[in-house]
Each structure stands twice: as structure tokens, then as C-alpha cells.
Design a protein around this ligand. Structure first.
Ligand code: 26Q
Length: 820
């Protein structure tokens, strides 16, 4: 595809698209499908990106600048075309060109498949961070895996979730570039052999299986600054070409096994969110992309430096949760076995180059690998972990002599398992949580011993979101309205939005603002009609909860409350009640039965209520199928109320709370995660807070929980709702269908205590908070003010702010300018 778009030259651009259609598909415009036009436009845009990409990498080399490697199993980047056009400030000219060729740009954008290489919060955070790093001129690499199948696509059939493979590469992904020349080898299994070299033992792996790691680069385009950073995702290929000359260790059996290994490693993303499962293939994926990323990083470093001891001055590895933590022993291996350093020197480098972000305090999400598996798969790495552990325990003994209990609590290898979070803590120079309360809980409870050992390592970095995707791209009407009032600086400096404060008291501005909200609600209503076949009234209150389905996030409490409201309206048909649309969107992990049953419950309730003509459409319940980044963009812009109702202490931060806030939806939530900081910024009077505090929850947990039966017996309305779970009210064909949910709330099941997420305990407070919402909504003028104040107070929740804090406190990067 030769030729470069001349900036803002519509005719050249049209010609480019026409040429691309010809060379890619042998079609002219009149015969091309929308998908073909999308590809042709994407390739035209890519031309422009490439020039900036090359210039950026040259500028980095010239500056000799320090870089961050953001190591993550997940990058939930979302669609690229729309964002790239905005970042290059070429959207208008491209829209015109496409229109003159007879197409609609929105329809073309809808042809792009979401690269869904992530589950939810953690993966989306990584994508927001890359966006901010590029926009703020910081040298950065994202390192991840090129899953052939990303997060499954969700279909709802008969109310149940069905998982459909996400074949996102089927039509080819125009923005990626295969970099075969940077392929490297990653070794699994076998055993560790020793030979003496200059009087020192030298360790090497024998009888191993190899895969070839092949990188694909995706451009991460900064906003209006010509910076293009790289997201490098690794694909696995069979090693055959490496093998030709190594007949000494080649045999037929192993060759076949290696083929299989290569086929499986980068095949599919594990769709578990906040839940650990000790799958062998998962550990292979981790080591695969970490080894490839680190080998490459070290090689690149040595191209411009002679002294490997300088590494921490030029490179920092940020580990996105424990998933990339094998980076610690892998870096030790490279430094010792390949660079010839001794343990102390290697450790000095490693512990200055690695930093760890924790995203959860939930014990079921903590990674622990059985040593049998770990040592079989990664024999050399296991040796190194053993030695890290041995020395770490000596250090504890030195600081706390004789405290055996402490050593047992903190050991990296314990009870036949490698505790990855502990290894990350022991090796990292920085350990951070993702919201203030979360970091406090880490320090005081989850990682207390590590905090006592090295308090200086701990720091908080409250999460953020990129306003480029979640306002500029997702809500163009509001974006334009804001720019008309305060200029466009907010696009790269979100603190500017506080200037909107002065418009809160201006009636005309409020009307315009709410009119935009209404138009966005119409857009969502159309989406729902098209995708769900349900008619919803854009004048109703859009009350929205979209996020992964998990018991601690309490979608169940939300739907129980809808059941409760429905009972009330049926009993009192004349009671004043403003129409509500309760909107849900959530994927459940494929093996998480109770979560999937909750989806069925939501859809069962929707079926009954939506089809009950007697309530005159006062309540509609909508479950949006296949919640993903692109549908999210439509949903946030249209929300009136943001449901953030996790059991306090459980949600590390949350980030959808910030996306709703920015788009002017007040939070209905618990004092958990970043909700606390949101409320502090916007003022308690502009949010609806309810329920137990984190302290109360933790206290009650330590006392062994509570007995929900008391609530069940004392509160007739709650009792009635719970009975409806097991009397067939929402499942006449199978009254037992929701028994497990009922049991989880009242009697406990699978050996769990009942209601461990305190749904019944918080229920009344939740219902009462809803009443406050309804009352506030009825006061139209004040409601508009609340919404505007939420947008105006969202400044601190930009991922730009978060990244500046990482740079200042952890990474110490310098900005690099790119001039074309
Ligand atoms: C672990 C082992 C095996 C398979 C899968 C996993 C796994 C995968 C994904 C474990 C956890 C995750 C994802 C966690 C996650 O998304 N956490 C969220 O991170 C957000 C960004 O910091 C926070 O805002 C959320 O509060 C937190 O839940």
C-alpha cells in the first residue's frame, strides 16, 4: 500500500481508499462491502501512523531515554480506527472522504472487531495507561499475548449465557505488524544441567521443549503529539526452523509435542476475572510472554549500553498483578546464566527494575502454583525461586530473629505452593494498590507483614480512565459542548473540566447539557431495540450496572431490588413511581455457575416484568448482550445512575465508576474502592451512598459473619422476594431453578457461610438510597446540577493523572518530543 495521506487532503485520501480496495480485494467502490471499505480506510490511516511510529522510535533511541515495560496478560484496547482518527485529528477529513465515496463513517467503524484481549478492569486499565503514556510523551512498551481467541462473545439464549469463540483475527487485523525478525525461543521442561566454567558452576536447561515467540506490534497513538508507542503481543509458533541444525536434541516425539505446545499457548484468553485457577497452560502462557519480552528488552538495552548493571537506570518493568511475576526469576536467570553475573549483582539489578501493582484483596484471586507443576514446567526458574525464598527467609530472620510464625506467614514457597504475590513483594522496589482504601487494606491486612518489613516500598496509585476514549470518542455531543465552553485543553488535561462549574447555575447550559443526555439515551434506546428487541422509553431513568458478573459486585442485590419494586407497584398500582429502565451488562466466567444463574435470573425477571402490561411500562429490565468496550462507549454516555454497589472492601478500585461520572451520571454506591475518592471530589450531596463500611464488613467477617435468617424473618418484603426465588414466580417451568441463589443468601451452600457478600444486610439501605435517587431525579433543575457537577469533578480520574504519578514516584521517565 504505497502512498501517504497528505494531511487534510480529501482527494488524496479518497484515492488512497480506492487504491486499497483494489490492491486488497480487487474491487472498486461500487462492489465493495462495508468490511472491505473498513479495511481500506484502516490501511490508509495506518500509513500516517507508521510515519509517526518510525519517528517516535528514532527519537527515543536518540534521547537514550528510560522506558517502562508494562507487563500484562491482558490489554483490552477496544477498537482502533475511531480513536486513531481522533488522535491524528483527521476524523473530519476522513468522514468527508468516506461520505463522498458513498459510505457512512459510523457504519464503517462498526465493521471493526474489538480486540478483546482482556477480561475487564485490569485489562482495560492497561489499555488506558498505554493511551496516556503516548499522549504524555513517555517512552513505553506494552508486552502481552496475541490470543487467537480473546474474551468470548456472549449470546443470551433462553435467558442463559452462551459463550461464542471470539475469532477476532478472522478478517485480518489491519493495525498489527508481524515482526518475524524479532522472534525468539522460549524453553519449557527438561532438566537443569551444570558445567564448570572458569571455576564457577554454569546452569543450563537440557532436554527441553521450545516454542518460537513471534512478536506482533500494535501502534498506540498519542493525541496530537506524533508519539506512537508499541504494544507488542507475542504469538507462539512451532520451532521447526530453529531445530534444523540441532539434530542432537531433536526427536520425532518431541517435535510433535512442540507443535502442540505452540498451537495451544497463545490460543485463548482465560475468561476468569478475579478468580485464580491453577491451570498448567496458564503458567505456560505467563512464562512464554515474559521470557520473550525480557529477552528482547535486555537485548535492546545491550545494543546501546555495555554495562548491564546500568539496566535499572534505563528500564523499569511494571507487573500488572501477579500474572507476570515470573519476570522476577526470569530476569535473574538472564542476568546470571546468560550475562554471567553473580547472585548479588543480579538481585541488585532485578530488585531495582521490577515494580508490582496489586489489583485485589480477594483470597480466591491470589495466584499460588503447586511446586510440582512449577518445577516440572520451569526447572531452572524453580531453582531460582527456591534461592530467592531461602535468602528472603534469612532476611526476615535477621530483622525479626526467632519469629518462626512470621517466616511461615511470609515464605514465598509454602505448603507445596509458590505464592506469586509474595515473590512480587519480595523482589519489587515498589508495591502499589489502585485506590486509597485498597492500598490501606493491603498495608494493614493483606500484605501487612510485607509492609512491616519494607514500608518504603508501598504506595497508592488511584486508577484512572482515558477521557479520549470515554468522552471525546464515546460522547461526541458532550465533548463538543464542553469544548465550546472551555476550549479543548481538557482532551489532554482533564483538570480543565472544573471550569464547567460556572455553568452549573446557568439554566440554559443545564438545558443543553440534559438535552445531550437525552439524545444519548435515544442512541442507547435504539441500540437496545436493535440488539434486544426491547422498546425502552428514553424519558425513563436509565439506571445502569455494567461490569463483570461477580458475587462481590452484587448484581444480585440489584435484581432483588427490582423484584422488590415490582411487588410494590403490583400491590399499589397508584403509588407515584417515575418510570425506570434497569440496564445490566455482564459476562460471567464460563465455569462460574452462580454467576451464570444470576444472568438467567435477571433475564427471567426481565421477561415477567417487561411483559406485564398492568404496570404501564413503569419498570423495564434490559440485559445488554455481549457487554464490551464498544458497547460500553454507548452505554456510559446514556446513563442517569451509576450502580457501584460492591460489598465494601472488595472492589479494589473500579473504573466504570469513573467513566459514568465523567459522562455525568451520579454514583449510587457503597464506600468502596475509588467510589470513596469520587464522592470526596464531587461532594456527598451529589452522590447516593449507602451500606456497610469496609471496616464494618471486615469486622463482621472476623466475627464469623452474621445470620441472615433474622432479616428474612423480620422483614416481610425481603422475605417475599426471597420466596419468589423458589416458588416458581420467575421460573414456573422449574421452581427449583434459583434454589442455589436462595441458599447462598440464607443457608449457605458449598460449605460457605450464608450471604458472605452481605446482600440482605445492605438491602434496606440500598432500597432507601434508591428512594433518594428518585426524589432527587424529580427535581429536574437540581438533578441537572448534580450531573454537571459530576462531569466537572471528574478531572482527577483521568489516567493521565495516574500515569504522571507512576512516572513521578516509580518509573522516573522523561518526556520525549517528536517532530516530523
Ligand atoms: C488469574 C489466574 C488464572 C486465570 C485468570 C486470573 C485472573 C484474570 C484476571 C485474575 C484476575 C483478573 C482480573 C482482575 C481485575 O480485573 N481486577 C480489577 O482491576 C481493576 C483495575 O485495577 C480494578 O479497578 C478492579 O477493582 C479490580 O477488580
Amino acid at each position: 500500500m504505497a502512498g501517504v495521506i497528505k494531511k487534510l487532503d480529501k482527494e488524496t485520501l479518497k484515492q488512497e481508499i480506492i487504491n486499497n480496495l483494489k490492491t486488497l480485494y480487487r474491487k472498486d467502490v461500487s462492489e465493495a462491502t462495508l468490511q472491505m471499505v473498513y479495511q481500506a480506510v484502516a490501511y490508509a490511516v495506518k500509513e500516517d501512523v507508521i510515519d509517526n511510529w518510525i519517528a517516535t522510535q528514532k527519537a527515543y533511541d536518540k534521547a537514550g531515554a528510560k522506558k517502562v515495560y508494562y507487563l500484562s496478560m491482558e490489554f483490552l484496547v477496544g477498537r482502533a480506527l475511531g480513536n486513531t482518527m481522533l488522535a491524528l485529528k483527521e476524523e473530519d477529513v476522513i468522514r468527508e472522504a468516506v461520505e463522498e465515496l458513498g459510505f457512512d463513517l459510523t457504519e464503517i467503524e462498526d465493521e471493526e472487531r474489538d480486540p478483546a484481549l482482556g477480561n475487564g478492569g485490569l485489562g482495560r486499565l492497561a489499555a488506558c495507561f498505554l493511551d496516556s503514556l503516548s499522549t504524555l510523551n513517555y517512552p513505553a512498551y506494552g508486552c502481552g499475548i496475541r490470543y487467537h481467541y480473546g474474551m468470548f462473545r456472549q449470546k443470551i439464549e433462553n435467558g442463559y449465557q452462551k459463550e461464542i469463540p471470539d475469532d477476532w483475527l478472522k478478517n485480518g487485523y489491519p493495525f498489527e505488524i508481524k515482526r518475524d525478525e524479532y522472534a525468539c525461543e522460549v524453553k519449557f521442561g527438561g532438566y537443569v544441567a551444570t558445567r564448570m566454567e572458569n571455576g564457577n558452576p554454569h546452569f543450563y536447561q537440557k532436554n527441553y521443549q521450545s516454542v518460537r515467540a513471534v512478536p506482533y506490534d500494535l501502534p498506540i497513538v498519542g493525541y496530537g503529539n506524533h508519539i506512537v508507542n508499541t504494544l507488542r503481543i507475542w504469538d507462539a509458533e512451532a520451532i521447526t526452523s530453529f531445530r534444523l541444525d540441532s539434530f542432537d536434541r531433536g526427536d520425532y516425539q518431541r517435535a510433535v509435542e512442540e507443535q502442540n505446545l505452540a498451537r495451544t499457548i497463545s490460543e485463548v484468553l482465560y475468561p476468569n476475572d478475579n478468580h485464580y485457577s491453577g491451570k498448567e497452560l496458564r503458567l505456560k502462557q505467563q512464562y512464554f510472554f515474559i521470557s520473550a519480552s525480557l529477552q528482547t528488552a535486555i537485548k535492546k538495552f545491550l545494543q546501546s549500553h555495555d554495562n548491564i548493571r546500568e539496566l535499572p537506570n534505563y528500564v523499569v518493568f511494571q507487573m500488572n498483578d501477579t500474572h507476570p511475576t515470573v519476570a522476577v526469576p526470569e530476569l535473574m536467570r538472564i542476568l546470571m546464566d546468560e550475562q554471567g553475573l553473580g547472585w548479588e549483582e543480579a538481585w541488585a539489578i532485578t530488585s531495582k527494575a521490577c515494580a508490582y501493582t496489586n489489583h485485589t484483596i480477594m483470597t480466591e484471586a491470589l495466584e499460588k502454583w503447586p511446586i510440582e507443576l512449577f518445577s516440572r514446567l520451569l526447572p531452572r526458574i524453580y531453582q531460582i525461586v527456591e534461592e530467592i525464598n531461602r535468602r528472603f527467609l534469612l532476611e526476615i530472620e535477621h530483622k525479626f530473629p526467632g519469629d518462626q510464625a512470621r517466616k511461615d506467614r511470609m515464605a514465598i514457597i509454602h505448603d507445596g505452593q509458590v505464592r506469586m504475590a509474595f515473590m512480587a513483594c519480595a523482589a519489587s522496589f515498589s508495591i502499589n494498590g489502585v485506590a486509597k482504601i485498597h492500598t490501606e487494606i493491603l498495608e494493614k491486612q493483606t500484605l501487612r507483614d510485607f509492609y512491616e518489613l519494607s514500608p518504603e516500598k508501598f504506595n497508592n496509585k488511584t486508577n484512572g480512565i482515558t477521557q479520549r476514549r470515554f468522552l471525546l470518542h464515546a460522547n461526541p455531543l458532550l465533548a463538543d459542548w464542553i469544548t465550546e465552553r472551555i476550549g479543548d485543553k481538557w482532551i489532554t488535561d482533564l483538570s480543565e473540566v472544573k471550569k464547567l462549574g460556572v455553568y452549573v447555575d446557568d439554566k440554559k447550559s443545564r438545558q443543553e447539557y440534559m438535552n445531550i443526555k437525552y439524545k444519548n439515551k435515544v442512541r442507547l434506546a435504539n441500540y437496545i431495540l436493535e440488539h434486544n428487541g426491547i422498546v425502552v422509553d428514553p424519558r425513563s431513568i436509565f439506571d445502569v450496572q455494567v461490569k463483570r458478573l461477580h458475587e462481590y459486585k452484587r448484581q444480585l442485590m440489584n435484581i432483588l431490588h427490582v423484584m422488590y419494586l415490582y411487588n410494590k407497584i403490583k400491590d399499589n398500582p397508584d403509588m407515584p413511581f417515575y418510570p425506570h429502565t434497569f440496564i445490566f451488562g455482564a459476562k460471567a466466567a464460563a465455569g462460574y455457575h452462580r454467576a451464570k444463574l444470576t444472568i438467567k435470573l435477571i433475564n427471567a425477571v426481565a421477561d415477567v416484568i417487561n411483559n406485564d402490561a398492568s404496570i404501564n411500562g413503569k419498570i423495564k429490565v434490559v440485559f445488554i448482550e455481549d457487554y464490551c468496550v464498544s458497547s460500553a462507549e454507548i452505554i456510559f454516555a446514556a446513563a442517569d445512575v451509576s450502580e457501584q454497589i460492591s460489598t465494601a472492601s472488595k472492589e479494589a478500585s473500579g473504573t466504570s465508576n469513573m467513566k459514568f461520572m465523567l459522562n455525568g451520571a451520579p454514583t449510587l454506591g457503597t464506600m468502596d474502592g475509588a467510589n470513596i475518592e469520587i464522592v470526596k471530589e464531587v461532594g456527598e450531596e451529589n452522590a447516593f451512598i449507602f451500606g456497610m463500611s469496609a471496616e464494618e464488613v471486615i469486622q463482621l467477617e472476623q466475627n464469623g459473619g452474621y445470620n441472615p435468617m433474622h432479616i428474612f424473618n423480620a422483614d416481610q418484603e425481603i422475605r417475599r422476594v426471597l420466596m419468589q426465588l423458589i416458588n416458581g414466580f420467575y421460573s414456573p417451568d422449574d421452581p427449583e431453578r434459583f434454589r442455589d441463589i436462595y441458599n447462598s443468601l440464607l443457608t449457605g451452600s458449598n460449605g460457605d457461610r450464608p450471604d458472605v457478600y452481605f446482600i440482605l444486610k445492605d438491602f434496606r439501605a440500598y432500597a432507601e438510597a434508591h428512594e433518594r435517587v428518585d426524589k432527587a431525579y424529580a427535581d429536574e433543575e437540581n438533578w441537572a446540577k448534580m450531573c454537571m457537577r459530576n462531569t466537572a469533578a471528574a478531572g482527577p480520574f483521568s489516567s493521565d493523572r495516574t500515569i504522571e504519578e507512576y512516572v513521578r514516584d516509580i518509573w522516573h521517565l522523561k518526556k520525549v518530543e517528536v517532530k516530523l
